[in-house]
Every structure is written in structure tokens, then in C-alpha cells.
Design a protein around this ligand. Structure first.
Ligand SMILES: Nc1ncnc2c1ncn2[C@@H]1O[C@H](COP(=O)(O)O[C@H]2[C@@H](O)[C@H](n3cnc4c(N)ncnc43)O[C@@H]2COP(=O)(O)O)[C@@H](O)[C@H]1O
Ligand SMILES: [Mn+2]
Length: 655
């Protein structure tokens, strides 16, 4: 009864009064009832007609009204599209040509003296796929996409981005600086010379602080810390922490062999944990060989970024640390039921030699110890060494297979990881995970994939080999309780020989001391030669890679295996070793298809060329001049291209 609402109450009362009057008149004036009924009928017809007319008028007026509202809405939508600070673009799905856009888009693009074109649509769609803002002129826009209607909405986010960047820039940064090699460099000098060194360090670091305007504080002659915000850290990152090089160069000019290790962390609030992360980063920078910055945000999932690392590790002259580690290790071993020792995957001679030295160490402490190997990952020379051990007169040699180790391991057993510190490189990840107590002894630069709960870690990247490190620990623990057998000493010496390429690389006086100790324990050169002998067919395969090599960038040798052939680690490693022996070669790389389905790269270098960081960029690692990587789902050719790209970036060659 909508139409009734159109009459006001006064009109309805007036109509009803009139009707009432007419009805009274009709009854009074009519001579008969029939006539009265006729009058009343006519009256009803008139009233009904009035009401019907009223309804029709109302409906017509209502349609006009709706039409008017629609017109107004459309006008204001157009006005909004024309005036709102949001860009709308419709594009052709196939050609990506723009079909229509609102005046705002016209204004943004014209303001930048551009006409919206297909390439702009492509750029917008790409940015959207990368979940990024698009920058047009000085403005930044968030992109919203309606795929179905091929509509792009660009929402101005310039202020939001600026605000966010201001916000991020104000994150707190804590840095911890340590001068590498300070103790050794100042050990034997006079007090006045030491003052010169201290002044040099202080003034260099003050210059660093003034250049970037951060707060620097000295803790001791070789330790400093600094505070700043992310805006300042960002500048240091852009300069790739040039302070490392500046410091190294000017200290070399002054004939002071010093470098810096810096640990930096940043984040929101929680300053104690930012500081703690910075300290952990500093430790990581030092064990990776120093002369570098390790930067990691103070969040669980953040990964470290490395800068520098362009110096080879300096030998720690002092053996105090080795003695302290030897003592700490003795305590840990004495608290365990028994000891299991593992090397890395495809355990090599150095890992086996180190494991055997650790087995003897545990035996001297009165504990039963087992060297674990995996027959599925057995290198020929390691296989020969294990055979020799098993045939020796020592009886049960305690060199056991992985499956046996799994069976006999106890809840309170200790795992010693030798010659590796990355959990991803351990002989068997599940076996590693089954231990609550872990010790790590390694000569590789430490990486982030480090065992979380290591009770003790002894990482000395300046040592030639893991065998050298463990033999040194053993020397501090040598008693008459249990002596190394001839075969054990031979295998440990074979480990040192393998990693030093027969004492031609990475040796220090400590390497020769360890070797001399092993000789005194009966290490036998003939036996070592038999164990380390090269298989004739393997030798031919090494040559296959060497013959298929060329010199790139003037002094880099790059050898590639035959595409239809598969090679094992050692063949690839030996090819890289051989290539490095060529005259004028500073670094060598061998790329092959590995028997296990990935593409393998072995990298070797000399003269201060860091191949570790190169291999890290390609997902691998290793040491400063002996590194490698394994790459899945790529061809040899693709890996070669990637390596060349990484080398170009190293040499700052633009494509
Ligand atoms: N993914 C990785 N992450 C971190 N570090 C890695 C990774 N992959 C390899 N590495 C480390 O890189 C170096 C070099 O490895 P490589 O395979 O090129 O060479 C090693 C052995 O294959 C090789 N080797 C073993 N036996 C012999 C032998 N009889 N003659 C010649 N060469 C041999 O020597 C390298 C052993 O190096 P070590 O383990 O550091 O002692 C290496 O450090 C990997 O751990
Ligand atoms: Mn090894």
C-alpha cells in the first residue's frame, strides 16, 4: 500500500469526511434504497479512480527519481575516476597494449613526459609478479591487478614507502671490531713500538667513525665497538666495507701485518640480543680467517652476508689454544659413555686421518671410540687404508660401518665431527641428529650451517689439514697408556700429505711438527704411497678434463669434463689441482658431471685469490684456495656460464 503514503493524514481525513457527507446525502436524498446504492457505487468508482490515478503518478515520479539518481551516480563515478588519486588502466590481454586509462594515469605519465605504452604495461606486470612497487618519476605505486577484466590499479604509495624506509633506516646497529693478529704482531716489540701500533689502530678506526658519523668506543687495544642506525650501515654496505681494505693497505704500508674482523647486527628493540648476534658474527668472521665483515640481522631466519675475506688465514703462532682445547676435550670425552667419530660425506684421507687421531685421543682417555664410514661413500684410497687397518695385527680396529654405528650407539655417546663443520656435509644427517653431544674439529672456514649444540668447536682455518689439528691435540695428551700404531700414524700422515699436496701448500711450522710426531710414531712412507696410489683409469679421466681446458681472463684455467661422461669428486679435484700447477695460473676450476647426478665444480687458487667466496656464491664452500660446489638440475654448460658470470662480477667486468 505504498501509494497511501503519498496522501498526508489531513488529505485522507478530508477525503473521508467528504465521502461521509456524500453518503449521508445519498441516503437522505434518495427515494429508494436502490437509488442510494447507485449513488454510493458512483462515489466508490470516483474514489477508486482518484486513488488509481494517484498510484500511477507516484510510480512515474519514482521511475524519474531512480533514473535521476542513476545519472547522478554515473556522473560522480566518472568524476571519481577522473579525479581520484588512483590510476586505472585497461589493457589488451594478448598484445598488452593499453586500451583505456583514467586521467590520473595520463597525468602521471605526461608529468614525466611519457605516453603510456605496451612496455609500461609489461614493466608494471613484471613488478607485480616480483611483488614490488613501481616507480614512475618521483612517485611509487602499489600495483593491484584484476586479471579477469585486464585492469591495473596503481595506488600512490610514495609517502608510505618513504615512511617505511625512514622507519627501517632507524633500526639500531651494533658492531664489534677486533684487530686480527694483534697479539702476534705486538708480541716481540718494544713498548714505544706498541704505542705506535695502538695509535695507528685508534686513528684508523676514528677516521672510519668520522667518515660515517657513528659512535665508536674502545674496549682494549685490539677491540672496539660501534653504534649507529641502519641508514649509516647502509652506506657502509654500499661501500662494501671499504674500511677492511683501507686498514689492510695502510697497515701494510707501515709494515704492521694487521687486518680487521667485524661482526655487525641490526634490528628493532632488544639491544642485548642485537649485541649478542654482533658478537657471534665477529666470532664467525674470525674463524673464517679474519679480514672480513659478517653482517646478520637479528632475526631467527636471517642469513649472514660476508664482506672481504681477501686475506689468507694467518697462522696462530701460539699453541695455547690447542692446549686448552685438548684439556677441554679430555673432560668432555671422560663424561661420555663412548665416542663416535665421523668425517664429511665421501670421507677423504684427511678426514680419515683426523678421525683415527681422535680415536687414539679417546683411547688414551680410557674410552672406547669408533671411526664411522659409509661403504656407499667410500673413496678408493680411504677403502685401501681401512683394509690395511683391518688386516693389521691390532685385532678389532674400531673402524665401523654406519649401520653398525647406528646399532651400538648409546644415549650418552659423544659425536666428534672432523674435517667439516657444516651439518649438510656430514657423513649422514640422521646419524648426526641422533646425538645430543657434539664436538667439531675442522680446518675449513666456518659457515652458517654449523651444529647448533656443539659442546666444543676447534676451528683453525690456518691449519693445513684436520689431521694436523687432531695430531696436535693428541700431542698434548700423549701418555704411555696407548700409543698410535704404525698404520694409524701412516694414515694421519697421509691425511696431512693429501691436503698439503705433499707439503707444497698451506704448510706452517706446526704442520711439520705434526708430521715429525707421526714419523716418531712409525708413519711409513711406503705404506702411504700404496694407500694413496692413483688408479690408472682414473688418471686417464683426470687428463680428459685437463685436455679439455682453456685459459680465461688471462690467468684462470677452466677445464670441463666430457658431456657424456661422469666423474667422481677426486677426479674433478685432481684435474683442478693439475690445472693450478700450470705456469701463470692463479686459479683453476674443473667442472664435471658427477656420478651422483649433480654438476660438480672444484676450485683451486694461489696468490691471494679467494675461491671460497666464489664457490659460496654458487652454493658451496671450502677454504680460501681449495673450494668446491655441487649444483643440481643444471647442465655443465649452464654451470660454466654461471661461473663465468660470478668471475666477471669478481673482476667487475660489465657485460
Ligand atoms: N657444498 C660444499 N660446501 C662447502 N664446502 C664444500 C662443498 N663442497 C666441497 N666443499 C669443500 O671444498 C673443498 C674442495 O673440495 P673438492 O671436492 O674440490 O676437493 C676435496 C676432495 O675431493 C679432494 N680429494 C680427496 N681425496 C683426494 C686425493 N686422493 N687426491 C686429490 N684430491 C683429493 O681434496 C679436497 C679435500 O679437501 P678437504 O676436505 O678440505 O680436506 C673441500 O674443502 C670441501 O670440503
Ligand atoms: Mn676432507
Amino acid at each position: 500500500m505504498n501509494f497511501v503514503r503519498r496522501f498526508s493524514p489531513q488529505i485522507i481525513i478530508a477525503i473521508m469526511v467528504i465521502v461521509q457527507i456524500f453518503e449521508i446525502l445519498a441516503v437522505i436524498l434518495s427515494d429508494s434504497r436502490i437509488l442510494a446504492l447507485v449513488y454510493l457505487f458512483l462515489l466508490n468508482v470516483i474514489i477508486t479512480s482518484i486513488l488509481l490515478l494517484q498510484t500511477k503518478n507516484y510510480q512515474l515520479r519514482r521511475q524519474d527519481f531512480i533514473r535521476k539518481i542513476n545519472d547522478e551516480a554515473e556522473n560522480s563515478l566518472n568524476a571519481t575516476l577522473d579525479n581520484m588519486p588512483i590510476g586505472v588502466i585497461r589493457y589488451n590481454k594478448e598484445s598488452l597494449e593499453p586500451e583505456w586509462f583514467n586521467p590520473f594515469i595520463d597525468m602521471v605519465f605526461k608529468g614525466n613526459e611519457k605516453i603510456l605504452g605496451k612496455e609500461d604495461i609489461q614493466a608494471i606486470l613484471k613488478k607485480k609478479a616480483d611483488e614490488q612497487y613501481i616507480q614512475i618519476g618521483d612517485q611509487k605505486f602499489v600495483i593491484n591487478l584484476d586479471d579477469e577484466k585486464t585492469l591495473i590499479y596503481l595506488i600512490d604509495a610514495t609517502k608510505e614507502v618513504a615512511f617505511r624506509s625512514d622507519f627501517n633506516d632507524s633500526r639500531a646497529v651494533i658492531g664489534s671490531i677486533s684487530v686480527d693478529n694483534y697479539d702476534d704482531a705486538t708480541d716481540l716489540i718494544t713498548d714505544s713500538e706498541r704505542t705506535v701500533v695502538n695509535n695507528f689502530i685508534a686513528s684508523s678506526l676514528e677516521n672510519f667513525a668520522t667518515k660515517y658519523a657513528f659512535y665508536l668506543r674502545r674496549i682494549s687495544s685490539s677491540r672496539y665497538f660501534f653504534l649507529c642506525d641502519y641508514r649509516i650501515l647502509d652506506k657502509m654496505i654500499s661501500d662494501k666495507f671499504s674500511v677492511l681494505n683501507d686498514f689492510k693497505t695502510s697497515s701494510a704500508e707501515k709494515k704492521i701485518p694487521l687486518t680487521l674482523s667485524i661482526g655487525v647486527s641490526y634490528g628493532w628493540n632488544d639491544f642485548p640480543t642485537i649485541g649478542k648476534t654482533a658478537m657471534n658474527n665477529l666470532e664467525l668472521a674470525q674463524v673464517r680467517g679474519g679480514d672480513q665483515v659478517v653482517l646478520r640481522e637479528n632475526t631467527e631466519q636471517a642469513r649472514p652476508t660476508y664482506f672481504g675475506g681477501n686475506s689468507e688465514s694467518r697462522t696462530q703462532k701460539s699453541r695455547t689454544r690447542a692446549r686448552a682445547i685438548s684439556t677441554a676435550l679430555r673432560t668432555i670425552i671422560s663424561e661420555a659413555d663412548d665416542i663416535f667419530i665421523v668425517g664429511h660425506r665421501f670421507t677423504d684421507m684427511d678426514a680419515l686421518g683426523a678421525a683415527i687421531a681422535m680415536k687414539v685421543f679417546a683411547n688414551i682417555s680410557g674410552k672406547e671410540a669408533f671411526v664411522v664410514y659409509d661403504p656407499e661413500q667410500l673413496l678408493p684410497d680411504v677403502g685401501r687404508a681401512i683394509d690395511k687397518m683391518n688386516k693389521s695385527s691390532d685385532g678389532f680396529t674400531h673402524i665401523i660401518r654406519l649401520e653398525t654405528a647406528r646399532r651400538i650407539k648409546k644415549a650418552n655417546s659423544l659425536l666428534i665431527m672432523v674435517d667439516h663443520s657444516k651439518t649438510s656435509q656430514t657423513l649422514n644427517l640422521d646419524f648426526y641428529k641422533s646425538f645430543e653431544k657434539v664436538v667439531v674439529i675442522d680446518h675449513h672456514r666456518r659457515d652458517d650451517d654449523f651444529p647448533e649444540q656443539a659442546l666444543l668447536s676447534y676451528i683453525e682455518s690456518s691449519a693445513s689439514s684436520a689431521s694436523e689439528l687432531t695430531v696436535e691435540l693428541l700431542q698434548f695428551h700423549d701418555t704411555n697408556a696407548r700409543k698410535m700404531s704404525n698404520i694409524e700414524a701412516s694414515i694421519a700422515l697421509a691425511g696431512i700429505e693429501m691436503d698439503t699436496k705433499n707439503f707444497t701448500k698451506a704448510t706452517t711450522s706446526r704442520t711439520f711438527e705434526a708430521a715429525a710426531y707421526l714419523r716418531s710414531r712409525g708413519a711409513d712412507n711406503d705404506l702411504i704411497k700404496i694407500i694413496m696410489a692413483t688408479d690408472f683409469e682414473k688418471y686417464k679421466k683426470v687428463n680428459e678434463i685437463v685436455l679439455n681446458s682453456k685459459i680465461i681472463f688471462g690467468n684462470i684455467a677452466l677445464g670441463v669434463g666430457a658431456t657424456n661422461q661422469k666423474y667422481d669428486n677426486i677426479t674433478t679435484a685432481k684435474a683442478a689441482d693439475t690445472l693450478l700447477d700450470m705456469a701463470g695460473v692463479t686459479a683453476s676450476f674443473a667442472i664435471t658431471n658427477h656420478t651422483n647426478g649433480f654438476v660438480s665444480v672444484s676450485a683451486r687458487s694461489r696468490n691471494g685469490f679467494n675461491v671460497q667466496t666464489l664457490m659460496e656464491q654458487m652454493g658451496g664452500g671450502g677454504h680460501f684456495n681449495n673450494a668446491a660446489t655441487q649444483i643440481y638440475e643444471r647442465t655443465e654448460e649452464q654451470v660454466k656460464e654461471e661461473l663465468i658470470k660470478v668471475l666477471k662480477a669478481r673482476f667487475e667486468i660489465n657485460e
